[in-house]
Design a protein around this ligand. Structure first.
Ligand code: FRU
Length: 415
């Protein structure tokens, strides 16, 4: 299928691929999370989380501290279901990558020109002692805006804590263009968010992955033979499939400051399969490019289903593909059938460790649903060619650093 710009097709996640998704596949299933899970902080709901890392995807520590960033909302002001109305980026630090201490909000109050701070990534600026850049989604309800943006500052630490300064000016990076990526005018269910910035080892250029929908009016996807793929005779494609047009988007940085970008056509689309491919991120391993994204049971097209979890695609040809779904189906790690919404927003790090947040747990005794809002157990996934295998379960929220960011004397800008 060509988009409005007449650009050749990205790789397709087909209905035939998605028919191979099986909940409770033991090699691709999260451990069942105890409804009595430990809570990181009783002051804030904690959901989408990402580690401090370098621009190549390696998780780093700073002066002996591991640091993570998460969407947070004050539990006294917001419930679990309306937490997005108070979404800010918070940070936590720890010695050793567990038992996280809440440090505060990253951006200064009022720095974001829009109402909410949604997901993204945080990198140490290459070649600097302590410059940090956060790429996040600056979101507004009215008017409906969702803009990948950048904010810069500095990280500091002593033997007691970690803190940040700067983070007072937000720069918009790129917007949905209505050409490659649907904007609000075309599709009021549009998604355009979650920038993940990295250097592509093959060409040394800087790119951002993001969540989008293919540019077209909502409900107009022509789900034909290519989008369906090879299916058994008499397999029907329900009419509702035309509402699904998720895309894993990519943009290229045009300057060293990572403030000017060019949108490129999507890498993977899910026409007639799913309407959301969120928080895309990438791992390069053994000459293969692994593209991961999270998706929901509830955003699958009619006639298909799969668990909330992380899905993935592999390319033997670098970042621009073509991609094939991992494990044949795309499913890498999903919630068990007994706890289908237990975890979400999985993020697979370069070392194969997968962190996610606890979403909603069903109390097996009362059947009551308990809100999560804290990190889930970390799981190791081994990447072997076109297959993945869940092999190990670690503590809740275990996010260790791969190396220590090199520091040298720098001015103490503490107030
Ligand atoms: C995934 C997600 C992201 C978004 C955030 C908002 O859990 O939907 O795509 O940035 O949550 O809460």
């Amino acid at each position: 299928m060509l988009n409005k710009a007449g650009i050749a097709e990205p790789s397709l996640w087909t209905r035939a691929d998605a028919m191979k998704v099986h909940t409770d596949d033991p090699t691709a299933t999260m451990p069942t999370i105890d409804y009595d899970f430990p809570v990181m902080t009783d002051k804030y709901w904690v959901w989408d989380t990402w580690p401090l890392r370098d621009i190549n995807g390696q998780v780093v520590s700073f002066q002996g501290w591991s640091v993570i960033f998460a969407l947070v909302a004050d539990r006294t002001k917001y419930g679990w279901h309306n937490r997005n109305d108070g979404a800010r980026i918070g940070y936590f630090y720890s010695r050793g990558g567990s038992n996280w201490i809440f440090g505060g909000h990253l951006l200064k109050d009022g720095a974001n020109p829009r109402s909410w701070e949604w997901s993204g990534c945080t990198i140490m600026a290459p070649g600097t002692a302590n410059s940090v850049e956060v790429f996040f989604t600056s979101v507004n309800d009215t008017p409906s805006e969702s803009v990948p943006a950048q904010c810069k500052g500095y990280i500091y630490a002593d033997d007691k804590s970690v803190w940040f300064d700067g983070f007072d000016k937000v720069t918009d990076l790129f917007q949905a263009d209505g050409l490659y990526y649907a904007d609000y005018a075309e599709n009021n269910f549009w998604d355009f968010r979650d920038p993940h910035v990295f250097i592509n080892p093959e060409d040394g250029k800087t790119y951002a992955l993001f969540e989008g929908n293919v540019a077209m009016e909502r409900g107009t996807v022509a789900v034909g033979e290519e989008e369906i793929g090879p299916v058994p005779p008499k397999t029907e494609t329900p009419d509702g499939a035309r509402y699904c047009a998720a895309a894993i988007g990519i943009a290229q940085a045009l300057n060293e400051a990572r403030t000017e970008w060019k949108l490129l056509p999507p890498l993977v689309t899910a026409f007639g399969v799913n309407d959301q491919t969120e928080r895309p991120h990438v791992v390069f391993q053994n000459g293969l490019t692994y593209l991961f994204t999270i998706s929901h049971h509830s955003t699958y097209a009619d006639g298909l289903s799969g668990p909330d979890g992380v899905y993935g695609f592999v390319s033997e040809n670098g970042i621009f593909g073509p991609y094939e779904p991992l494990n044949g189906s795309g499913l890498v790690l999903g919630g068990p059938a007994s706890q289908p919404t237990e975890a979400y927003a999985h993020y697979i790090m370069n070392n194969g460790l997968v962190e996610s947040f606890i979403n909603e747990i069903i109390d097996p005794k009362s059947g009551k649903v308990i809100a999560g809002g804290s990190l889930a157990p970390t799981v190791r996934v081994e990447l072997q060619g076109h297959e993945t295998f869940a092999t190990e379960v670690f503590d809740y929220g275990y996010i260790p650093a791969s190396y220590a960011w090199p520091v040298w004397p720098f001015p103490d800008r503490r107030k």
